[in-house]
Design a binder for this molecule. Structure first.
Ligand code: ATP
Length: 227
């Protein structure tokens, strides 16, 4: 379980994420939704030590993680798939997977069973994959390394709806095996069908944090409506 208490962050002096409390529970998917520029990516980057932490605490499975030590999260089995998918373009699909595999981690789900392209295109250079294929490879890499927490930025970006459904199905299986899954997106869309908890950010703050349930879609429509 990932717990953020009063977490604030940004870039140098620039404050982007205002003090935020957030819990991402093991065994379920939490969706973090918000418009372009709401601060979702900066929140993830602050958690993972890639942006500056201005205050607050980050705790993973009860262990407090010091700011500026991204390796502590990696060691604790937490992975972030960034917007650019974090794949090595000059390496093959198989090499990308080999590098992601950790000796101390048995993935909850073998990504090859979820994404046939990992087998079909094992020898292909990752840089020559389509956007959607790179996305699948990125998620597969996160699946191999993430035991306690998998966070995915802009999950649906560039993915066909049919692939989104497969990916969400796979992430649901991973969550059911006990991993905390945090999915970030601009649109609630398909994520709502798979998320137990929904969090909305606006202007660097959490403006909604609620269990998924009846009526939530309408509240989200109101919150995310273009004003
Ligand atoms: P998107 O959906 O476009 O990724 P987001 O909700 O993830 O949006 P962020 O990327 O976290 O939002 O951006 C939040 C704010 O932080 C924006 O105002 C942006 O201009 C600012 N910002 C982002 N990166 C930097 C940076 N490297 N230095 C300074 N400000 C930044």
């Amino acid at each position: 379980m990932l717990e953020l208490t009063g977490l604030a962050g940004g870039y140098g002096q620039a404050a982007v994420v205002r003090p935020t409390d957030l819990t991402v529970r093991a065994g379920e998917i939490t969706a973090l939704i918000g418009r372009n520029g709401a601060g979702k990516t900066t929140l993830l980057r602050t958690v993972f030590g890639l942006a500056d932490r201005h205050g607050g605490t980050v705790t993973l499975d009860g262990r407090a993680l010091s700011p500026g030590r991204p390796e502590l999260l990696a060691r604790a089995g937490a992975t972030l798939m960034p917007e650019d998918r974090g794949v090595f373009p000059a390496l093959t699909v198989a090499e990308n997977l080999r590098l992601a595999r950790r000796r101390d981690t048995v993935p909850a789900v073998d990504p090859h069973t979820v994404f046939p392209l990992l087998t079909d295109r094992a020898g292909q250079q990752a840089g020559t994959l389509s956007g959607g294929q790179k996305q699948q490879l990125g998620i597969a890499r996160a699946m191999l390394a993430g035991r306690t927490l998998i966070a995915v930025d802009e999950l649906t970006q560039g993915l066909q709806p049919s692939v989104v459904a497969d990916v969400l199905e796979a992430l649901g299986t991973i969550a059911a095996a006990g991993t905390a899954v945090l999915l970030v997106d601009q649109h609630a869309g398909a994520l709502l069908d798979h998320s137990r908890h929904v969090v909305v950010m606006e202007a660097g703050r959490v403006v909604l944090d609620a269990p998924n349930g009846p009526g939530l879609r309408d509240r989200l429509d109101d919150l995310l409506a273009v004003r």
